[in-house]
Design a protein around this ligand. Structure first.
Ligand code: SF4
Length: 351
């Protein structure tokens, strides 16, 4: 694809996103299977920034953003809302599942859409109305038990500096809010968004970033520079890596990614079992595979490079660290385990 002299401008990258098969074919040669996946309705939103598209000669990354026919297959136990978030919707923008935390869905927009997204029911579907956020601020203000706000969506770092600054200011002015985190893939798919101005806003509001890296091939020169800049501004960063079949489910791939993250001051935090969202069976490994992988890392690489392997308990039981086989049992096609409250949850294993 022709990269304009403006390609280092994040607004140019967003305005020139690849959002159709025709645009994608100007960049890469699609297989017949990939071409046909665009026929008819695509169940999940599709878009890729020119920056991320330039990395798609890597087969693993390609599979995470280009639609395939597998998305149309709904496996046993898969749901549009696997974490049961809609049952805990407190306002149009807030999910309040745990007493001290809220998930603030600031925008449905992402610059690039992942094919296994837990919130594929929402992302890319409708424009956010900033005015409508007022009700959500008031909800947090009147719930003194909320200490932790996770700003997510969609990707909040795709919002403009003034909008982000205003949201963060409102949150930081609430005395009982102790921690504000932002979940984002922007440093990976839109690294030119990490400007000095944005870093100053994030530093001013003492924000932690929870980044979404899945493979060492995402550590482009621009992404490494973006993370180093964030680190130089004092922004704390962790990575939540989704375990994906055939993409990163081997020890060597994970080792390369986790060491690469430490080199740019990003702490590998979670290795997440892929949520059973509709059309995700081709991405999901078995839980046994996740246990085997995390065991292969412990003791063999630096402890700082090893994340916690967790299953986000379907239905809203929270993230459960899985350390070994004695924590799980198999019942039919499900893996059964207990969360921090001792309640049982089931993960529909693809085995
Ligand atoms: S960046 Fe996050 S919210 Fe956006 S599509 Fe990917 S997983 Fe979903």
């Amino acid at each position: 694809m022709h990269q304009s002299e403006n390609s280092n401008d994040w607004k140019w990258q967003v305005a020139n996103r690849i959002a159709t098969r025709e645009q994608l074919e100007k960049q890469i040669v699609l297989t017949e299977e990939e071409r046909s996946a665009f026929d008819g309705d695509i169940p999940l939103s599709f878009a890729v920034t020119p920056h991320y598209a330039s990395l798609l000669n890597n087969e693993a990354l390609r599979r995470t953003v280009i639609p395939t026919a597998h998305e149309h297959k709904h496996g046993t136990g898969e749901l549009a809302d696997p974490l049961g978030e809609e049952d805990h919707r407190a306002t149009p923008h807030l999910i309040h599942t745990y007493p001290d935390k809220v998930l603030f869905l600031a925008t449905p927009f992402c610059s690039t859409y992942c094919r296994y997204c837990t919130r594929s029911r929402l992302v890319g579907k409708s424009p956010a109305n900033f005015q409508a956020l007022e009700e959500s601020f008031q909800y947090i203000e009147t719930h003194a038990e909320i200490r932790d706000v996770l700003l997510s969506g969609g990707d909040p770092l795709t919002m403009t500096d003034p909008v982000l600054d205003e949201i963060l200011s409102r949150l930081r002015n609430i005395p009982h809010v102790r921690m504000v985190r932002i979940g984002s893939k922007v440093p990976i798919v839109l690294p030119m968004r990490i400007t000095d101005e944005l870093c100053s806003i994030l530093r001013k509001h003492r924000v932690w970033l929870s980044l979404h890296f899945i493979h060492a091939a995402e550590l482009s020169t621009q992404t490494q520079a973006a993370c180093r800049k964030l680190s130089d501004h004092g922004i704390g960063m962790v990575s939540q890596t989704v375990l994906l079949k055939g993409i990163n489910d081997d020890t060597q791939t994970l080792t390369e990614l986790f060491y690469g993250l430490l080199e740019i001051n990003v702490k590998p935090y979670y290795l997440l079992q892929c949520d059973p969202v509709r059309g995700s069976a081709h991405f999901r490994t078995t839980v046994e595979k996740g246990i085997e992988l995390i065991r292969s890392l412990h003791g063999n690489i630096s402890g700082l490079a090893v994340p916690q392997y967790v299953i986000d308990a379907p239905g809203g039981g929270g993230k459960v660290p899985i350390l070994g086989h004695d924590q799980i049992r198999r019942e039919g096609g499900d893996v059964v385990f207990r969360n921090y409250e001792g309640k049982e949850y089931r993960y529909p294993d693809p085995a």
